[in-house]
Write a protein that binds this ligand. Structure first.
Ligand SMILES: [Fe+2]
Ligand SMILES: [Fe+2]
Length: 276
């Protein structure tokens, strides 16, 4: 069996989306089978690429140059699915990068179990979004996508706590805020395939945010650091701009992120408790 970091680098160096996710899911299955059997597993070391390999298409453009369409049309809804597929593919790379990039920092095996599972789920999410696009006669790569998705990874490539603060605890938590609205768009369009896929994504993303919070707090406890002020300073350092309410307080709480972590970083005051 390859070491876990070798598996991570193999996924990161695979360009095609469906090939990347197939490899990712295969490695995740190998890892969890070995762990369940109590086999010896090796994390090893392997330097991940600065930027993961990506397919020739979609063409990557600055966010302001990616056309926005109204979601009342099938084209607009496909653009939304395409954007989600792009985010999911990026998330596959982010989780494998986390595993390889910080492998010099000793962590309990449970840390790797969590992120391998998250990477496996992101791979499933990418495939689900591709299936939905293909059912609509489109595909991943058919339209431009946001450049700069790897920015958070680059900014935090030598800051383990910064990576956990910004990627799962800010970016993936943001997904919990916006997914219910997306589900409503496809419910209104009576698109049951997409509604089912987005419900899978919504349910599984809570755990990814929770893994972020769990391991952030673990590291703070191990190094005798105060989690809340550290979280605020890391997000201000690495995340460009304020956090945007409304927040999904219920799902964020389920994921172990308390309101006093995110409200002080928002560009407005929290509503009075009675209004929430
Ligand atoms: Fe996902
Ligand atoms: Fe995720």
């Amino acid at each position: 069996m390859m070491t876990l970091t070798q598996m991570a680098c193999a996924v990161l160096n695979t360009a095609d989306g469906r090939e990347k996710t197939a490899l990712s899911r295969g490695f995740a299955a190998q890892w969890s089978t070995a762990r369940a059997a109590g086999d010896d597993v090796e994390i090893g070391t392997c330097s991940p690429p600065d930027m993961p390999a990506r397919p020739k298409t979609p063409e990557l453009r600055a966010p302001r140059d990616v056309p926005r369409r109204k979601t009342g049309s099938i084209e607009g809804r496909n653009a939304l699915l395409h954007a989600v597929a792009h985010i999911e593919l990026n998330a596959v790379d982010l989780h494998w990068d986390l595993i390889a990039r910080f492998s010099h920092i000793p962590m309990p095996l449970g840390f790797y179990d969590d992120w391998v599972k998250a990477a496996d789920e992101e791979s499933k999410h990418f495939n689900l979004m591709c299936d939905c696009l293909e059912a609509h006669g489109s595909f991943y790569g058919a339209m431009p996508a946001h450049a700069g998705m790897w920015r958070a990874a680059q900014d935090t490539q030598s800051d383990f706590l910064g990576r956990l603060a910004v990627v799962p605890m800010v970016l993936e938590a943001r997904g919990l805020d916006v997914t219910p609205g997306m589900i409503r768009i496809f419910e209104n369009a009576e698109d049951t395939q997409v509604v089912a896929a987005l419900n899978v994504i919504y349910a599984e993303e809570v755990a990814h945010v929770a893994y972020g919070s769990k391991w952030f707090h673990f590291l703070c406890g191990r190094d005798d650091l105060d989690p809340k002020p550290l979280f605020h300073s890391l997000v201000r350092q690495y995340f460009h701009g304020p956090l945007k309410p409304p927040f999904n307080e219920e799902k964020r709480a389920e994921a172990g992120i308390a309101p006093d972590f995110y409200w002080p970083l928002a560009d407005e005051m929290p509503p009075p408790p009675a209004m929430r």
